[in-house]
Ligand binder design. Structure first.
Ligand SMILES: [Fe+2]
Length: 401
């Protein structure tokens, strides 16, 4: 097992250019009704005191049943090491050549992946309305073949790779141990049976994203939405907390709230695979990216994220050997788990994890697509709330707008 303290390759090795440090943007001064998320100290997973571990399991259980989101701290990466990764992400976005933007351009409609470079004109290969969002996404192909990576970032791939290996093998592994313990299963259950492996991110991916301020046109068309409300489909998503306030989560009281900034912390969100495996005891987090408060409206939001994926060939079903599920049954919750159950009951085979994630990426709707983003398009009124209703492989997905 890898060490639980990140020890990256040096930033000043021969051949590495010296690059400008990322400077965190100023925080919002607005009094916002932030989401109240629980924070856990990940280093306590290794405690020799079973009481400490048990307490940690209980806090985690509450957080993922009620919020689906939690902050983790003390996971083994210092603030300085983390800011170096933001420096690299900033360098990529400011320096990727036009030739590389074209050569490495993503093609989500065909591949069902975000792999490569996302141009700032929406989430399709064809350029639509300018959204100012650029991304570079590393999947197994990009880790295996650096000709698929922007030339400007090549001198720093040792650091980016080491960071991802640490996140997968140490951070995500410890989170999955904790979640296996919540299900009262052997501690390596989710890591061994559900999590995909191979390369730094298995079947998942790593993202550098830059959100630039919207134009007036995009703001009007999108009604403030940068990315529609959705659930991630995999195991866990490791989102690094950032100063520009745009991430929102859907609370139990059915209100969108911004996630506050917690320097150095990782926001963990639970993917749909884990919701299904847990028989609905874990909630896949409903979240979206919205416009920032007015005092950050002109700020650039830089974001780095590791998306962890489940094994693609599996068709996910609940881990019924879990003593928690045996004791309490399935949790009745209006999410992916319930919809998958309905699909099974109607005799349609549920999609594999790969089919499930690829169709959602391939069919992502731009927030500026006013024909789809309206009642009569994808939007419906559902129990008095405006919801986005889609169907993928016979499974209905209803999410708050
Ligand atoms: Fe997401």
């Amino acid at each position: 097992m890898t060490s639980n303290k990140f020890n990256p390759p040096a930033a000043d090795l021969p051949g590495k250019p010296s690059i400008p440090d990322w400077v965190p943007p100023a925080l919002t001064k607005e009094k916002l009704d932030f989401a109240k998320l629980r924070t856990i100290d990940l280093s306590l997973v290794e405690s020799d005191d079973p009481k400490v571990v048990d307490e940690l399991v209980q806090i985690t259980k509450k957080a993922i049943r009620e919020d689906g989101f939690l902050f983790i701290e003390n996971y083994g990466v210092s603030l300085e090491q983390l800011h170096r990764q933001f420096t690299l992400a900033q360098y990529l976005h400011y320096n990727i050549s036009e030739e590389d933007q074209e050569r490495l351009l993503f093609h989500p409609e065909i591949s069902g992946k975000w792999a490569g470079y996302k141009h700032p004109w929406g989430f399709k290969r064809e350029r639509k309305v300018w959204d100012g969002i650029t991304q570079f996404n590393w999947y197994s192909e990009e880790w295996a073949d650096y000709s698929r990576v922007p030339t400007c970032i090549l001198p720093f791939m040792d650091e980016i790779r080491a960071f991802n290996e640490f996140l997968s093998e140490s951070v995500n592994r410890r989170i999955l141990i904790l979640l296996s313990k919540v299900l009262e299963l052997p501690e390596n259950y989710l890591w061994d049976k559900v999590q995909s492996h191979g390369g730094p991110t298995g079947e998942g991916y790593y993202r550098h994203a830059l959100f630039r301020p919207f134009t007036e046109e995009a703001e009007k068309l999108s009604k403030g939405l940068r990315f529609n409300g959705h659930c991630d489909y995999g195991t866990t998503t490791l989102l690094f907390s950032v100063p520009v306030t745009q991430l929102q989560i859907w609370g139990q009281d059915e209100v969108w709230r911004y996630v506050p900034y917690k320097p150095g912390a990782i926001v963990i969100n639970i993917g749909e695979t884990l919701e299904i495996v847990s028989g609905g005891h874990f909630k896949a987090t409903r979240h979206r990216v919205f416009k920032p408060p007015m005092d950050q409206i002109n700020a650039e939001r830089l974001s780095i994220v590791q998306f962890n994926s489940s094994v693609g060939d599996l068709r996910m079903t609940p881990a019924i050997e879990s003593p928690l599920i045996q004791r309490e049954g399935f949790a009745d919750y209006q999410g992916a788990f319930r919809e998958f159950q309905k699909t099974m009951a109607s005799g349609i085979p549920i999609p594999t994890n790969r089919q499930w994630r690829e169709i959602q990426i391939a069919e992502t709707v731009n927030t500026t697509d006013v024909k789809r983003q309206t009642i009569g398009g994808d939007w419906v009124m559902h129990d008095g709330k405006l919801m986005n209703k889609r169907e993928f492989h016979g499974v209905t997905v209803i999410l708050p707008v």
